[in-house]
Design a protein around this ligand. Structure first.
Ligand SMILES: [Zn+2]
Length: 144
């Protein structure tokens, strides 16, 4: 169900491709609310994030196609990670967000001391190789 089909995208239940949620990386789905109170809604279609702890959804549209097009028109900051292709790796020592099997984690990207292979870790945990990653902005610093 949560098949990654292309960079930053997941297959919706109906088979059409929707980009992942911009906030949690979760799977998004078209949603239709035909009635608004007693009257038929002119704009019943929305896209909703189906992430476990996320409530993000889009504006309302007349057709499912319009809702999906609007959802997908935004920029996707994810980079597809390939352990064999160094050009797809983050800068060593950089804190990033990684997406592993549809879940996201804030981690540090480093290299293994022994074999120099990519390593994604935070505090004590070391993670499996993710499918995607994106940079985190540098933290705000107080001016002197
Ligand atoms: Zn979400």
């Amino acid at each position: 169900m949560n098949t990654v089909a292309q960079k930053g995208a997941v297959m919706a239940v109906s088979g059409e491709v929707l980009k992942a949620c911009p906030f949690c990386g979760g799977q998004a789905k078209p949603y239709c609310e035909e009635y608004c109170g007693d009257s038929r809604s002119k704009y019943p279609w929305s896209i909703r994030c189906n992430g476990a702890e996320c409530i993000f959804d889009s504006c309302w549209y007349e057709t499912k196609e319009d809702a999906m097009a609007a959802w997908n028109c935004r920029f996707t900051p994810w980079t597809k990670f390939d352990a064999q292709d160094r050009a797809t790796w983050p800068e060593v020592g950089r804190q990033v967000i990684m997406c592993l099997n549809g879940r996201v984690y804030a981690v540090y990207f480093t290299l293994n001391y022994v074999d120099k292979k990519p390593r994604w870790c935070d505090g004590g945990a070391i993670y499996k190789q993710p499918q995607y990653w994106m940079p985190l902005p540098e933290p705000m610093r107080e001016e002197d």
